[in-house]
Write a protein that binds this ligand. Structure first.
Ligand SMILES: [Zn+2]
Length: 327
């Protein structure tokens, strides 16, 4: 009995502990972190200081601001209806927060008709976009096929055309798409990385100046253990983030260097001051939005094994974005 109980506690209690510890780290600790709202100027529409006085922005604002993901048209380029909900929700929810003053556009290149559910999935992505406060969503007619790569020039031309017809508010374009491994290795996913890169190349040589600025960010594909680490890995990252924020890692470094007689050399600031890779975390509040978008808006995709993804995947609680191009 006691053996069974200890096995039960090993299997059940540790993930449960990890989950509650994550709530503490992501949702309670930021309440006590002293940070001024970093946009500098007081947002006019926040007269009652509700937004600036809550912890709503404390977890990610430093990364969002230093990457220039504010006052922009954020264009999320995905392959299938549900990609935005399975993989990108921590970024989308964060960037849609109104003090960042972004306009979000979702461009999904296929209707996900591989199993014949195209029209249903097309309706589902509209519902998901409304959950996620995405301003406009468009589904295109590339073929959903797990065995096919899409042509990078076709993607680039499509992007050029779609951006021309898009209701852009700022003309500061921020493309957000998959990286060259596409998280799951789906060829439609990683084709988008090469297609967006081609768009940047074509834009630089033919259309530069049309927009105020264009940046491309890719969603990093993690290794298998990190990808399915649920709340475990993210807890370690959050602890490290807070230690850095409190200057504790720097003090430890100085102490170690003191005893090993090494000189402390300050790390040079990046030339542009822009981070090349950064993490956007969900907290408990935004995690619920991720959860409901995936499970309710994309109901047709909730087959039994999807629950493993929802509770084990680290993509449901954070994203790592890599700056690929800045023109
Ligand atoms: Zn997909």
């Amino acid at each position: 009995m006691s053996k069974n109980r200890s096995l039960l506690s090993r299997i059940l209690l540790k993930p449960v502990f990890s989950f509650f510890f994550w709530i503490f780290l992501s949702s309670i600790v930021p309440v006590f972190l002293e940070t001024d709202f970093p946009l500098g100027n007081k947002p006019q529409y926040d007269q009652d200081r509700y937004l600036t006085s809550t912890s709503l922005y404390r977890l990610n604002s430093e990364s969002v601001l230093s990457s220039g993901l504010v006052n922009s048209d954020i264009v999320i380029v995905t392959a299938h209806p549900d990609d935005e909900s399975m993989f990108f929700t921590p970024s989308i929810i964060e960037l849609a927060k109104r003090n960042y003053n972004n306009t979000l556009h979702l461009l999904c290149l296929s209707n996900g008709n591989y199993d014949g559910l195209g029209s249903v999935r097309q309706q589902e992505i509209v519902k998901a976009a409304s959950f996620l406060q995405i301003d406009d969503v468009k589904v295109l007619d590339f073929e959903d096929d797990i065995h096919k790569k899409w042509n990078k020039n076709d993607i680039s031309n499509t992007l050029t055309e779609e951006l021309e017809h898009m209701d852009l508010k700022t003309h500061r374009i921020r493309l957000l798409t998959f990286d060259d491994r596409g998280v799951s290795g789906h060829p439609n996913h990683f084709s988008l990385f090469y297609g967006c890169k081609q768009f940047i190349k074509d834009y630089t040589s033919n259309h530069e100046g049309r927009y105020a600025s264009v940046r491309m960010f890719a969603l990093k594909s993690w290794s298998l253990p990190e990808k399915y680490s649920s709340f475990l890995w993210v807890n370690i990252q959050l602890i490290y983030k807070y230690l850095v924020q409190l200057g504790i890692t720097r003090r430890i470094e100085i102490l170690v260097n003191h005893f090993t007689n090494k000189n402390v050399i300050a790390l040079p600031e990046s030339l542009s001051g822009m981070k090349h890779s950064f993490i956007i975390y969900n907290n408990f509040n935004s995690w619920f939005v991720s959860l409901s978008t995936m499970t309710y808006a994309h109901y047709s995709q909730i087959v039994w094994f999807r629950w493993f993804w929802i509770f084990l995947s680290k993509y449901m609680n954070c994203n790592e974005l890599v700056l690929v191009a800045n023109v």
